[in-house]
Write a protein that binds this ligand. Structure first.
Ligand code: DOR
Ligand code: ZN
Length: 423
């Protein structure tokens, strides 16, 4: 069957063109005007974007299904225009062996919404002490390794992980946090932490590990990817390393370019995240890093938590924000509407670059490419209400914020997996 997305403003790699997109057997077979299909999706006045590839997501299954599971997380993903997610291994049991990898892949196939690509742990149990079964996980289909949620503090283990992973063509995704320097900090250390009487974390908590992992990458000549960059100084370090030819790539999240730590003065635990939301200087530097190519990708670090884990005092609350349903709208509102990036540039950060960093399919609307596509209405605005999320995690810091860019339909391999009209 031929499906035609008709008359939309189609976001191609470097421009937007009003045209049709023809899909056959899950592949884009035509881009142009006057094309014909058996099934027609009218997109006139709407925008057709490449399906978002969110390479940093916590789906929580197995083990923490009260926070999220593969079904609810996949549904939230397609509702956010996301067609492919890479899920982090800090589950229970930790995804540090092929059995858990196979479980996730099989469960995602049953759910059959977005594509789910597991990330394996670097160390057994994410304990930082001995390497996980990276080879067997590679055979089972992981797309990267990470101990996300914590750093591998032992530099020699990190070195071995990078060397071993690179033999399998896999990258290390580095959560950068010097555990010895955190010392109970729960927010960014600065004016607002003092004002609120909350213990702060220095930027150096993050920057030290960014430096360490860049040093390893440089010495070994092995590519490395820095997760969720939040500090102005981290952006500077990565920029300098790239200019020096180090094979480093980096990602940031919507909360780091849309928010500052002014939000913590509400004491709302939905503002608690690791790394913490920082100051205006950092927010502007993150945007500058996105503009000049220092930061390659936008991901969510979607970290759904239950009410029980958030409705406690600030110091005891879990770190993390539920972000997959708002990432497009928040990014469009804070980066494109402000003129920082064009829409094609934004979609490269949200789709093409993640695919490139991890060697995944998809990432652009082009003839011969997979038909992973979302249709959005850029003129539609709404006020974020986490209670309406399809994710089990209602923990968004954007409650009450007005954003632009509503996801109308999401197609995975040419099949409609989300339709806002049918909600
Ligand atoms: O805030 C966070 N939450 N940061 C992480 O790195 C992990 C995540 C989680 O798993 O909840
Ligand atoms: Zn992390």
């Amino acid at each position: 069957m031929k499906t035609l997305i008709q008359g939309g403003n189609v976001v191609l790699k470097d421009r937007i063109e009003k045209c049709d997109v023809l899909i056959e057997d899950g592949i884009i077979t035509g881009i142009g005007s006057g094309l014909e299909g058996d099934e027609v999706i009218r997109a006139s006045g709407k925008t057709v974007i490449p399906g978002i590839i969110d390479m940093h997501v916590h789906l929580r299954e197995p083990g923490f299904e009260g926070k999220e599971d593969i079904a609810s997380g996949s549904l939230a993903a397609v509702a956010g225009g996301v067609t492919q997610v890479c899920c982090m291994p800090n589950t229970d049991p930790v995804c540090d062996n092929a059995v858990v990898v196979n479980y996730i892949i099989n469960r995602a196939k049953q759910v059959d919404l977005c594509k789910v690509r597991p990330i394996g742990a670097i160390t057994r149990g994410e304990q930082g002490e001995s390497l996980a079964d990276i080879g067997k996980m590679a055979q089972a289909g992981i797309v990267a390794i990470s101990d996300d949620g914590r750093s591998v503090m032992n530099s020699n283990i990190m070195r071995l992980a990078m060397e071993y992973a690179s033999d399998f063509g896999l990258k290390c995704l580095c959560h950068c946090e010097d555990k010895t320097l955190v010392d109970g900090g729960v927010v960014n250390e600065g004016y607002n932490s003092t004002l609120c009487g909350l213990k702060g974390q220095l930027r150096a908590v993050e920057d030290i590990m960014i430096c360490r992992d860049i040093c390893l990458s440089r010495s070994l000549d092995i590519p490395v990817h820095i997760c969720h960059v939040s500090t102005y100084s981290g952006v500077d370090i990565i920029r300098a390393a790239k200019a020096d030819g180090v094979k480093v790539t980096a990602e940031t999240c919507p909360h780091y370019f849309a928010l500052t730590d002014d939000i913590i003065t509400s004491f709302d635990t939905y503002t608690k995240v690791s790394p913490p939301v920082r100051e205006e200087r950092d927010r502007l530097a993150v945007i500058e890093g996105l503009k000049d190519g220092t930061i390659d990708c936008i991901v969510t670090d979607h970290a759904p938590h239950s009410k029980k884990d958030k409705e406690v005092e600030y110091n005891l609350a879990a770190f993390g924000m539920s972000g997959i349903e708002t990432s497009f709208a928040v990014s469009y509102t804070y980066l494109v509407k402000t003129g920082a990036l064009t829409l094609p540039e934004l979609m490269r950060k949200m789709s093409y670059e993640p695919a490139k960093v991890l060697g995944l399919e998809g990432g652009e609307i082009c003839e011969g490419g997979v038909a992973d596509i979302a249709i959005v209405d850029l003129d539609a605005d709404y006020v974020v209400d986490g209670e309406k999320f399809l994710s089990k995690g209602k923990n968004t810091p954007f409650n009450g914020c007005r954003v632009w860019g509503k996801v109308l339909k999401t197609l995975v391999d040419g099949k409609v997996k989300f339709d806002a009209e049918k909600l």
